[in-house]
Design a protein around this ligand. Structure first.
Ligand code: RNT
Ligand code: ZN
Length: 420
């Protein structure tokens, strides 16, 4: 079937695929730098284990070990995905060199440590999101912003404030808003004796970080919650309720929902409209939870599609979209490309739904016809529209990109030697 024929089928439902394609090309999606190096960053000893309740498993060869390698890998990814890419950096990816004075600790980070990333984005026309890094560092005791040690807590508050200044710099340099997401894995392995103490200290720390001045049209601070982490099974300081209430208590902080951070039968697709009933904007980390892991590669699966439908229905301009997964057991470039393309597919799929018609059937109580149409939509010729989207974006179709990753693995990744 040709694109023209597929388009005619969608037209019968009142859907215009050209419009869906044009719309999707304007939607930024943040590509997380941390898939390329198993969340190691460049500011701490890469042989030390990750902390803060996150973990990567696998030792597939070819992990990026330097900024140059990570940038090269991201360039490869960008060349293989349709849509508007935005970069997503963690503070631990600061680039230290002789010109900028060399290594500093996280409380002393400055915009200059991200100048090379700004140059990278400018050359490629990308915006950039940012994340303070409250994990995998000797000053995690193991708590950070909720620590009962005032010196530790202050160190991490200073890190957060430095990151607000860096986020403002990124937004100003790149002319796109910077989403600054605060996630800390603070919590306890076993049953605590004091639950409110850490949460009150966490609140004080967030307040202190956000006392750093910034332009609210340029920097969007977020609070990301989590249900539990590895080694942090009994209590998480920044729980769902804590983060929702914190964001609700301030005009300058929004909620970030990571769909790997809830109990397995809870669905983020159902939470989006609840939050947007109150807030103008929110942010998402799109991932795939599998049992205890919250960070498998994003697939074109039911929940990813359902999340995207909700984002489209509520307004694509109200939700900041970012990917968040890290798989060290497969080719990392392929993992990135697969996840990014699958999110693009799910967004396009959602943009091709006859939302007005379906909503009307719901409002009329016509659940019978609604079910029939929703089921028939699943066998519409979506593949043709997806191919056309890849074509207009000048990016490879399905079936045409993986050989490029294999070639890159043979020429570049495999020459990096043993997994570092
Ligand atoms: C961890 C959170 C967090 C991190 C990244 C690296 O469970 O999802 O967003 O994955 O910040
Ligand atoms: Zn996340």
């Amino acid at each position: 079937m040709s694109y023209t024929e597929a388009k005619a089928k969608y037209a019968l439902l009142g859907v215009n695929p050209d419009e869906a394609i044009a719309k999707l090309r304007t939607v930024p999606v943040s590509l997380h730098c941390w898939q390329g190096d198993d969340v190691r960053g460049f500011d701490t000893d890469p042989t030390k284990p990750l902390t803060g309740g996150i973990q990567t498993t696998g030792n597939y060869p070819g992990r990026a070990g330097t900024p140059q390698e990570l940038m090269a890998d991201m360039d490869k990814v960008i060349s293989l995905v349709p849509g508007q890419v935005k970069l997503n950096l963690h503070a631990s990816y600061a680039i230290f060199d002789e010109e900028n004075g060399g290594w500093v600790d996280r409380d002393k980070l400055e915009p200059k440590h991200f100048k090379k990333w700004v140059d990278f984005c400018k050359e490629r026309g990308l915006g950039c999101d940012f994340n303070p890094t409250f994990f995998s560092h000797p000053k995690c005791d193991p708590q950070t912003l909720s620590s009962s040690n005032e010196g530790t807590r202050r160190f991490w508050v200073e890190h957060g404030k430095a990151c607000v200044r860096i986020s403002q710099y990124l937004a100003e340099e790149l002319g796109q808003p910077c989403v600054m997401n605060i996630w800390a894995g603070d919590g306890f392995k076993d049953i605590p004796a004091d639950r409110i103490g850490p949460r009150l200290r966490y609140k004080k720390s967030f307040d202190e970080i956000l006392s750093q001045s910034f332009d609210p049209d340029k920097v969007y601070p977020c609070a990301e919650s989590k249900v539990f982490g590895i080694g942090v099974e009994s209590y998480t300081v920044g729980s769902a309720e804590w983060c929702l209430r914190y964001a609700a208590s301030r005009k300058d902080c929004i909620c970030l929902l990571d769909n790997g951070h809830y109990h397995p039968t809870e669905l983020v697709s159902d939470k989006i409209s609840a939050i947007l009933s109150y807030d103008q904007k929110m942010a998402l980390h799109i991932t795939r939870g599998v049992r205890w892991d919250s960070d498998h590669v994003v697939l074109f699966d039911d929940e990813t599609r359902e999340i995207c439908k909700e984002v489209v229905r509520c307004g694509l301009d109200r939700v900041f979209l970012a990917l968040d997964f890290f798989d060290a057991s497969i080719n990392r470039v392929s993992a990135w490309v697969t996840g990014f393309r699958n999110l693009q597919k799910a967004l396009l799929y959602a943009l091709l739904e006859p939302h007005q018609l379906l909503k009307k059937l719901q409002d009329e109580g016509n659940w019978t016809r609604l079910m029939v149409i929703q089921e028939e939509l699943k066998t519409m010729p979506f593949g043709e529209i997806w191919d056309e989207y890849c074509r207009v974006c000048n990016k490879p179709k399905d079936g045409q990109w993986f050989s490029e990753v294999e070639e890159y693995e043979a020429q570049v990744l495999s020459r990096r030697g043993l997994s570092k």
